[in-house]
Design a protein around this ligand. Structure first.
Ligand code: GCO
Ligand code: MG
Length: 402
């Protein structure tokens, strides 16, 4: 079997998605997600201009060699654009392998290691009251693990709390919107939020929280310590993730479990975090970290140090990535949890899929390959629209991490 043709689809059924379709000479095709929120066209052009010409006529079963060719062979390595493009190829090739062998991708990764994939959802509210109502709503839907974010008194906007009733993360059309931030106000508020949630919902729910890269190591240490009585499943991205040594300071002060990695894209970015046991959960995604071939190696390395996975699963990754993540999560031994933000109706229609949610768990489906498709006709009705994530400044105007 040979790769005969490959094309990049860019569509925007509510938000932008970059999908690679690889076709073989015997009629099988595979899909890969290369979406990088706010930088979509860079990946699309990296694929069309630099990657596709190099993979034509290759054997799609050679996932290891093709991955090495795109990583080592390019001389320039790592980085979110490169790794997302490489991931799109890798994902599509595993999809092809599964279809060619008539088996779900999880069987190629080691087979099922569990019955279903534990997922966490997002609950949020403008204040503690509203956040608790949203926790109750998600618990009713069956979720066993819930991330909780709330508005901060004295701040107009904060991460994780959408404007109005919108369920989605911001990626706004036009130029990046800006909002203001105060670490002091945030640190005073979050322990009150979790004290209230635990009081109302008891000990059974897994609770998570995302600091979204905004604290210094010692501030994060303080927060982790103050959250200990509420035994969180994890505290996410306490400090900017590229500062690996910063996690040592946090670790020295608190037993609150730490998760990071959604903005990282290679094993080298988490090497120190894992081997020093500074984190508990690695959140890299299949899309941004080079696909199955790369993430399996990261997970296997992490397993030695009792670090588990917690793949990023926002709506700015397409259902192709979600499907791929579920196969991965089902198969690897050191799976921790999977993030689940449901896509909107239009996205689900453009990407028909076999995966499903039931009673707090997700299941990838047992058909061949990844079990997800792309309706190209429908996708054409939703053309790309430039959109950006917000930019953050402190109250005095200093640029900060969003
Ligand atoms: C999460 C993430 C997202 C990111 C988004 C950026 O934990 O789900 O932090 O909310 O902000 O994916 O594109
Ligand atoms: Mg996050």
């Amino acid at each position: 079997m040979k790769i005969k043709h490959a094309s990049v689809n860019i569509c925007s059924p509510g938000r932008n998605f970059v999908t690679l379709k690889i076709e073989t000479d015997d009629g099988i095709y595979g899909l890969g997600d290369g979406t990088l929120n706010g930088r979509e066209l860079a990946v699309a052009s990296y694929l069309s201009e630099h990657v596709i010409p190099c993979i034509l006529n290759r054997d799609p079963f050679q996932t290891e060699d093709i991955w090495q060719y795109l990583y080592r062979g390019a001389y320039w390595r790592r980085g979110p654009v490169t790794m997302s493009a490489t991931a799109a190829v890798d994902m599509a090739l595993w999809d092809i392998k599964g279809k060619a062998l008539n088996t779900p991708v999880y069987n190629l990764l080691g087979g099922r290691s569990r019955d279903g994939v534990l997922v966490y959802c997002h609950a949020h509210g403008a204040d503690i009251e509203e956040a608790c109502d949203d926790v109750a709503r998600h618990r009713e839907m069956g979720y066993k693990a819930i991330r909780v974010q709330s508005g901060i008194p004295g701040l107009d906007a904060t991460y994780g709390v959408p404007k109005g009733a919108l369920p989605y993360e911001p990626a706004e059309r036009g130029l990046p919107p800006e909002s203001r931030w105060s670490t002091e106000k945030y640190l005073l508020h979050v322990p009150k939020l979790f004290a209230r949630v635990r009081e109302q919902f008891g000990d059974d729910l897994h609770l998570l929280h995302d600091c979204h890269h905004r604290l210094s190591p010692i501030e994060a240490a303080r927060l982790g310590k103050e959250l200990e009585p509420f035994h969180l499943f994890w505290m996410e991205d306490p400090v900017p993730a590229e500062f690996q040594e910063g996690f040592r300071v946090i670790r020295e002060h608190t037993t609150t479990p730490i998760a990071t990695g959604e903005v990282l894209n290679s094993i080298w970015d988490v090497h120190d975090l894992i081997r020093n046991q500074w984190i508990d959960y690695a959140r890299l995604t299949l899309t941004h970290a080079g696909g199955f071939t790369a993430l399996k190696k990261i997970a296997d390395f992490a397993e030695l140090y009792h670090v588990r996975t917690g793949c990023h699963g926002p709506t700015d990754l397409s259902p192709v990535c979600m499907a791929a993540a579920l196969h991965f999560d089902l198969a690897i031994h050191n799976f921790g949890i999977q993030e689940h933000m449901p896509h909107n109706k239009e996205t689900d229609e453009v990407f028909p899929h076999a995966y499903r949610f039931e009673d707090g768990f997700m299941f990838p489906g047992d058909g061949p390959g990844l079990g997800v498709d792309l309706d190209e006709k429908l996708a054409a009705k939703y053309p790309y629209q430039r959109a950006y994530l917000p930019v953050l400044r402190k109250l005095d105007g200093t640029l900060w991490d969003w």
